[in-house]
Design a protein around this ligand. Structure first.
Ligand SMILES: Cc1cc2nc3c(=O)[nH]c(=O)nc-3n(C[C@H](O)[C@H](O)[C@H](O)COP(=O)(O)OP(=O)(O)OC[C@H]3O[C@@H](n4cnc5c(N)ncnc54)[C@H](O)[C@@H]3O)c2cc1C
Length: 395
């Protein structure tokens, strides 16, 4: 395949910016346009629930692509104007302009899910503006209610507890982050949140909002708080695209090089994309920083026709309650877990705990709590699906 002359990257977040950088790294000399819906210079999202909220970082500290870098990359960047349509060979922007190109990379990320009847002034957290608005609301608050026990909500809870707020987290399932960890490790994670000083309510189902500060639970209990944050996940941002013939049910369905199935000359990366994962036999959307960055490199090399990049293991991290949680590999493929280090799984100290996930007797993932130096040591063993005995020999 000959190289395209002009690549349009739709979405100026991590996946979009990394795609642009990787295209130039791979030697692409054609034209690149980068279009972003938000008015801000492209920025990094993980600090939005961490350092931006605590005030340790300002917006200027999280910029991904500053003016100098932009100049070097020779990119036509258009910010504050969303793409509203993608047709064969052309995108349309909300201001009525169009850009013609022969390759398109969709990197539009995801949009926070909302609950039925959720008042507009209940907070969600996805953008810099969301984070600044939440930071300002928390400044004078004495209490915070978080709906959803996922990572983003728990990170916000952790920061708020640290500032002396009374924090309640509602989780509908029996353990938080069940999808990422499964039951046993989810229970350890729940203990981390509780020991961190949060009133974590498990199996708590919110039935309605009475107003933007008060919710009612299925058992009739009403909870009020100065600030309410809903953190129940995010849906792929594809509403702008009239994507006839493309499966977007769980993200834009792509092959394992990021090519959008049912199209030609269109790729997708990051939180919006569901890539084919032969190991799992399905299309999977990983909403993790490292996945967006890794996919951008794979797509850039595919666009220029370079040697494919080796697939990497899924990886995520979350910083909360004084430690870093890390997940490496496919936890969802595990049918059993075993403690590799530390006492967390048996009810002891959580810090220093590393848990291995096994499919049969093969290692498929590890999760660590404040145990970074151990987690990385299992990378090669996960990659080759090491046998139980070899894994335990490393302990
Ligand atoms: C608060 C928060 C904390 C996080 N913390 C962690 C963490 O600790 N560890 C971790 O592994 N991951 C973390 N993540 C996840 C990580 O940040 C994402 O996986 C990553 O940002 C995905 O990159 P992306 O480019 O796919 O999407 P995004 O970064 O969301 O970028 C998408 C961009 O596309 C723009 N856009 C949307 N629609 C259009 C349109 N129609 N036209 C043009 N532009 C459009 C959006 O405005 C946005 O700027 C966190 C995410 C959030 C929100």
């Amino acid at each position: 395949m000959s190289q395209p002359e002009h690549v349009v990257v739709i979405g100026a977040g991590l996946g979009g910016v990394r795609t642009v950088e990787q295209l130039r790294n791979a030697g692409f000399q054609g034209a690149i346009s980068l279009v972003g819906a938000e008015p801000h210079a492209p920025y990094d999202r993980p600090p939005l629930s961490k350092q931006i909220l605590t005030g340790a970082h300002g917006p200027e500290d999280i910029v991904l692509l500053g003016a100098d870098a932009l100049k070097k990359l020779n990119v036509d960047m258009r910010l504050g104007v969303p793409v509203v349509a993608l047709h064969e060979g052309v995108v349309e922007l909300a201001d009525g302009t169009t850009i013609e190109a022969d390759a398109f990379v969709i990197a539009t990320g995801a949009t926070p899910r909302r609950l039925p009847g959720q008042p507009d002034d209940v907070h969600t957290l996805r953008t810099l503006d969301d984070s600044l608005s939440l930071r300002s609301a928390l400044r004078d608050a004495t209490s915070l209610l978080v709906v959803g026990g996922g990572f983003i909500g728990a990170e916000v809870a952790s920061g708020a507890v640290g500032r002396g707020l009374k924090v309640t987290v509602l989780e509908a399932l029996p353990v938080p982050a069940d999808r990422a960890f499964g039951q046993e490790v989810g229970a350890v994670y729940g203990r981390l949140i509780t020991e961190g000083g949060v009133d974590l309510r498990l199996g708590a189902k919110l039935t309605r909002f009475l107003d933007s500060r008060t919710v009612e639970l299925a058992d009739g209990e009403r909870l009020s708080s100065d600030v309410v944050l809903v953190g129940i996940g995010a849906a792929p941002a594809v509403d702008w695209w009239d994507h006839e013939g493309v499966n977007t049910t769980h993200g834009i369905a792509c092959d394992s090089s990021g090519r959008v199935l049912g199209t030609s000359g269109v790729w997708a990366v990051g939180d919006v994309a569901a890539w084919d994962e032969p190991l799992r036999g399905e299309h999977v959307r990983h909403e993790h920083w490292t996945s967006a960055a890794d996919q951008a490199a794979i797509v850039a090399r595919d666009i220029v026709g370079a040697e494919p990049q080796k697939p990497t293991l899924p990886y995520f991290w979350s910083d909360q309650f004084g430690l870093r949680i890390q997940g490496l590999g496919h936890t969802e493929l595990g049918d059993s877990v075993a403690a590799l280090h530390g006492e967390g799984l048996s009810g002891g100290a959580i810090k220093g705990t590393v848990v291995g996930y096994f499919a049969g007797d093969r290692l498929v993932a590890v999760v660590g709590f404040g145990a970074a130096r151990w987690v990385v040591r299992y990378r090669a063993l996960i990659a080759k699906g090491a046998h139980h005995s070899e894994v335990f020999a490393l302990k």
